[in-house]
Ligand binder design. Structure first.
Ligand code: OGA
Ligand code: NI
Length: 349
């Protein structure tokens, strides 16, 4: 184990897993009464200065919550409002224009329209643009929306990606060194070209339904780590201790969550968490999620230092590509069942 970096957390007990329990499949869309919470808040500047107390706070948050907020992150208010405005421009383009950027079947990029389900697709109440992090691939998608090009959209998106990606990289360095690992352990195979890392712009129109409606069904994110910027309209709920709790948006801060890939790489120390979005009946909600992931051929397995005789690997090694193709056969509200497919079930001797 590396001797540098802050003291690691005790590693005897991995974070609790909620595998095999999917209360969200049946539960009501209301979060528990008075269960609107503020997520643990991490100061990014302190992390950059390798402040031990802050790193410890981050590890506890990642371990116990899998979800946290980041403040003092250095992304200006101007850039945050510009990206929100650009996303709004894109979503308010005519439907025929947006359709030009529609995702090819099976592709992780492109526009996803709302769908009643009548076309044989799964019903979808929100729409999304999934923009590649690779600049050339992104430019191809942007030109489909604006054949003359759109310099403002392109440059704001580029600046935003660079800014939030560096936050994720800092968090991943701290999350690795806090476990006594090489700070680059979780970012070795990071991909810009592969089709798994994505900037996802989501748009949930104000719902006309009197009762809460699900805008994004219960899922965990497959990637390593995701960072979410949301407008001031709530709707995000996370499954914690088998209860749905509503996340209170904290103006100016980002929400960060662990994805399935990090759960495997950290050997269950940092669990991915099932979350969903409930539509608001008065206001539209917009959100931007940037998620980093390894390239498609990268092999995902627990960091070797976290595999011991007492706790042999809990996962069959898999490639990112395999993980995605196995996800396709599952329903959209599959929670964490894709991850469970790669889990080694102990057999009785
Ligand atoms: C996602 C997601 C939450 C939101 O895009 O994976 O969970 O608030 N979005 O839109
Ligand atoms: Ni998500």
């Amino acid at each position: 184990m590396a001797s540098t970096g802050p003291a690691p957390l005790p590693q005897d007990t991995p974070a609790p897993s909620n595998q095999h329990q999917y209360p969200h499949m049946h539960s009501s869309l209301f979060a528990q009464d008075d269960q609107q919470v503020e997520l643990p808040l991490i100061d990014l500047q302190l992390l950059c200065q390798e402040d031990e107390a802050e790193i410890h706070k981050l590890l506890i948050a990642a371990k116990e919550w899998g979800f946290l907020q980041v403040a003092n992150h250095g992304v200006s208010r101007k850039l945050r409002s510009e990206i929100e405005e650009q996303a709004y421009h894109a979503f308010t383009l005519p439907a025929e224009t947006k359709a030009r950027a529609e995702a090819a079947p099976g592709s992780a990029h492109g526009y996803l329209p709302k769908s009643s389900g009548a076309d044989g697709n799964r019903p979808r109440l929100s729409e999304a643009f999934r923009l590649p992090l690779n600049p050339e691939k992104r430019a191809d998608m942007i030109i489909k929306l604006w054949p003359e090009g759109n310099d403002t959209f392109s440059s704001v998106v580029e600046e935003y990606i660079a800014a939030v990606e560096s936050i994720l990289l800092q968090l991943l360095r701290s999350l690795a060194s806090g476990l006594g690992l090489d700070p680059l352990q979780f970012t070795h195979d990071l991909s810009k070209d592969g089709n798994t890392a994505v900037l996802r712009m989501n748009f949930y129109s104000a719902s006309s339904q009197p009762l809460p409606t699900l805008g994004f069904p219960a899922h965990s994110d497959p990637q390593i780590l995701a960072i979410l910027h949301q407008n001031s309209v709530d709707g995000l709920q996370i499954l914690k201790d088998d209860k749905w709790i509503a996340v209170k948006p904290r103006p100016g801060s980002f929400v960060v969550n662990v994805g399935d890939t990090l759960q495997v790489m950290s050997h269950d120390m940092y669990p991915s968490v099932v979350h969903r979005v409930v539509m608001n009946s008065d206001h539209f909600r917009s959100s931007l999620v940037l998620a980093v992931a390894p390239h498609p051929q990268a092999i995902v397995r627990p960091a070797p230092q976290l595999v011991t005789e007492q706790r042999p690997s809990q996962y069959v090694p898999f490639t990112v590509e395999e993980y995605y193709s196995s996800m396709k056969s599952l329903p959209i509200n599959a929670g964490k069942s894709n991850l469970d497919k790669f889990r080694i079930i102990p057999t009785l001797a």
